[in-house]
Design a protein around this ligand. Structure first.
Ligand SMILES: [Zn+2]
Length: 332
């Protein structure tokens, strides 16, 4: 009885015989990477990573899925000041599982006509073992070589954003200039980080970001990156976290980076504390301010950890905001 049920279950799941047809399969295996319970994600490397391309006025935006990571206990990341019951209730109401969540990682390349501007670089080499770090593959699938990128902008300097800056000890985008936030750079390169929880981040910035500093412009709130793209300080997630306003021929997109990192928990309850936000109160205040602007102005946003392709709108609710994924708005 049990055996027969197992066989029919395998057949139903498509894992018997010819193999899985899904591009990836979630499994329950544990990973030792972080203290959080993790599951592994099998990637079908025969397929290029997902990409999504759309027009924004005279600009063209290409979003690349650097990877995705399943993790356990959503509340321990996105509701650290909430009861597990409150977190589960909100997840259930939104048709989501209560025991696991998936974070995706979405660097974006914007073709302005005169520049190819890359925002963040994914995990790079250190993510490949777990199926991430696929930015270069995604760019290649869309017809770009690393040499084509003319500007690399960092929204902030956490590992999932700076990992892809270097490849085999050399700059991954050899012809690019860089745009770094001054405040963010100063924080992570400061030797005072040694012996603190930020020490690993400090080492990663010394290895991946500092070698590129001589080719970098250091910016702050309000600075222009290239015509049509400007920085807005949005601190809290990290000390110098920045978001970017992108405008071309009357069309507008805000790259919100890591202002909100779960499309339900952090948008519908922006005040809930998030484990990865370094200044939790400032991050919550920034979330409200940024998504109030996005909702009021009815502009599209691209959130680095939103479900791929990570672009959508925010509708203001009584508490928080509802994520409305883009559909054909940019195609007609
Ligand atoms: Zn991130």
């Amino acid at each position: 009885m049990t055996d027969r049920m197992n066989i029919s279950r395998r057949v139903l799941l498509g894992t018997a015989g010819a193999g899985a047809v899904a591009p990836f399969v979630l499994s329950g295996a544990a990973s030792a990477q972080t203290s959080q319970p993790q599951t592994s994600m099998e990637i079908n490397h025969a397929m290029p990573p997902e990409t999504n391309r759309f027009k924004l006025g005279d600009f063209e935006v290409l979003v690349v899925k650097d990877g995705a990571r399943p993790s356990g206990k959503p509340g321990e990341t996105f509701g650290t000041n909430q009861s597990p019951e409150a977190v589960s209730e909100l997840l259930q109401k939104n048709f989501l599982p209560t025991d696991q969540f998936v974070n995706s990682f979405s660097p974006a390349l914007i073709n302005t006509g005169s520049d190819l501007v890359l925002f963040d670089t994914g995990f790079g080499e250190q993510g490949r073992e777990s199926g991430n770090g696929r930015l270069l593959e995604g760019l290649a699938a869309a017809g770009y070589t690393p040499d084509d990128v003319t500007v690399v902008v960092l929204t902030h300097m956490h590992g999932d954003h700076i990992g892809g800056l270097m490849e085999k000890g050399k700059p991954a985008f050899p012809k690019a200039r860089y745009v770094f936030g001054q405040k963010e750079y100063d924080f992570w390169t400061d030797e005072k980080r040694v012996g603190t929880p930020a020490e690993n981040g400090h080492k990663a910035v010394l290895a991946n970001v500092k070698p590129l500093a001589e080719k970098a412009t250091f910016i702050g709130d309000g600075a222009d990156v290239v015509p049509g793209i400007s920085a807005i300080a949005a601190v809290g997630h990290s000390p110098g976290h920045m978001i970017f306003n992108v405008e071309s021929s009357g069309k507008r997109l805000i790259l919100t980076a890591d202002t909100a990192n779960h499309f339900v928990l952090s948008l519908q309850r922006p005040e809930w504390e998030v484990r990865f936000d370094m200044d939790k109160a400032a991050a919550a205040a920034t979330r409200k301010k940024v998504f109030d602007m996005v909702a009021t102005d009815r502009v599209a946003f691209l959130g680095y950890h939103m479900p791929f392709p990570s672009v959508g709108y925010a509708e203001k609710l009584d508490t928080g905001y509802r994520f409305v994924p883009k559909s054909y708005q940019f195609d007609i």
